[in-house]
Design a protein around this ligand. Structure first.
Ligand code: TXA
Ligand code: MG
Length: 326
């Protein structure tokens, strides 16, 4: 495995060729780093599952360079989904739509739909464009972390997560920090009306204002929503430290809150973001720092309000979930 520090045009060409050959490339997006594989290559995709340690059957998101390639992967696209795609792509939004034959069971976990996204990060866009110019059709990319762990928002975090599992020919493209810091908003577009499966930076209000309707936030797994999504498991996105969203830290416990909250006596301040946007951006690195410091407990004061606060609270609740019952 090699990490590529400068994403020059030559480096991007080489990375695209790595994907075409069936090897893996971790790359930055505006949300988090993804672990990319040619979405039409079953062998390459199965390596993504191995490297992540992710159980088979959890579907992957296909990344394309532009809305023009949408019809290759999905069909029967409702008008509202076309509108969302036109307005929010490139960007941090994934649409779940009925699949074409190109989206095989090994991508969709056997479901009749597929998740698709056009990211906005310049390195991601250049890589996808070059991959398509070399004959590729789409890049399957889950977040570049081990299953159940925290998504990486830097190339170093990808190395820490995956270097033991990547092979010699795989690459990590270093494109710096991810500006948003939490994963894309996932919208189920397989029904008459859209619903949000995973909140992100494209918020409920933004979608409602665009479509002029009220939509549901459906972020817990249930048999009835008939949609499989690893991020819908109740426990996910967790650091090794126990996460507490209520109560007070004592000596040596980690503490994350907006800068307006003072650090309780004896607590170790891990992060003090000034805004909710910054909170999202630093959240996963703050989780990693807590673990690097070897802290066993992390107290977080969740941000309040709408917008990106909803996504932060979703991740915080999931990161804290199983910690309460053990
Ligand atoms: O921001 C993101 O979406 C990042 C970057 C790399 O694009 N990707 C990402 O992928 O977060 P992943 O696999 O870590 O999380 C995607 C979630 C998973 O919970 C997966 O189960 C769900 O989306 N998902 C993917 N395709 C789906 C589908 N067809 N139906 C339902 N859920 C799906
Ligand atoms: Mg993930």
């Amino acid at each position: 495995m090699s990490t590529i520090p400068n994403c020059t045009a030559t480096a991007i060409k080489d990375a695209a060729n790595t994907l075409i050959k069936g090897d893996l490339v971790a790359f930055p997006t505006e949300t988090v780093y993804g672990l990319g594989a040619d979405a039409t290559n079953e062998g390459a995709v199965s390596r993504v599952y191995e490297v992540k340690g992710r159980p088979k059957g959890h579907p992957l998101i296909v990344h394309i360079s532009s809305i023009e390639h949408l019809d290759k992967w999905v069909k029967d696209i409702p008008e509202y989904a076309v509108k969302l795609a036109r307005i929010f792509w490139p960007g941090s939004m994934t649409l779940i739509l009925p699949r074409t034959d190109l989206a095989k069971d090994f991508i969709t976990g056997g479901q009749d739909n597929v998740g698709i996204r056009v990211p906005s990060h310049t390195v991601a866009r250049a890589l996808l464009k070059e991959f398509e110019d070399q004959g590729g059709l789409g890049v399957a990319a889950p977040s570049a972390n081990r299953f159940g762990a925290v998504s990486p928002t830097t190339a170093t975090a990808v190395e820490i997560e995956l270097s033991d599992f990547l092979s010699e020919n795989d690459q990590i493209l270093d494109g710096g920090y991810c500006s948003i810091g939490v994963e894309s908003t996932i919208i189920n577009c397989t029904q008459n009306k859209p619903s949000i499966l995973r909140p992100g930076a494209i918020t409920k209000e933004m979608i409602e204002n665009t479509l002029d309707i009220i939509i549901d936030l459906n972020t817990s797994y249930s048999e009835s929503n008939q949609i499989k999504a690893a991020g819908l498991l109740e426990s996910h996105y967790a650091p090794k430290a126990k996460v507490f969203l209520t109560g007070s830290p004592i000596l040596g416990d980690g503490f994350i809150a907006l800068a307006s909250f003072a650090t309780p006596a004896g607590a170790v301040r891990i992060a003090a973001p000034k805004t909710n946007e910054e909170f999202a951006q630093i959240l996963y690195e703050a989780f990693r720092l807590t673990d690097t410091k070897g802290l066993e407990r992390l107290f977080v004061i969740p941000p309040t309000g709408d917008g990106i606060a909803v996504a932060i609270n979703d991740r915080l609740t999931k990161s804290a979930f199983d910690k309460w019952i053990t």
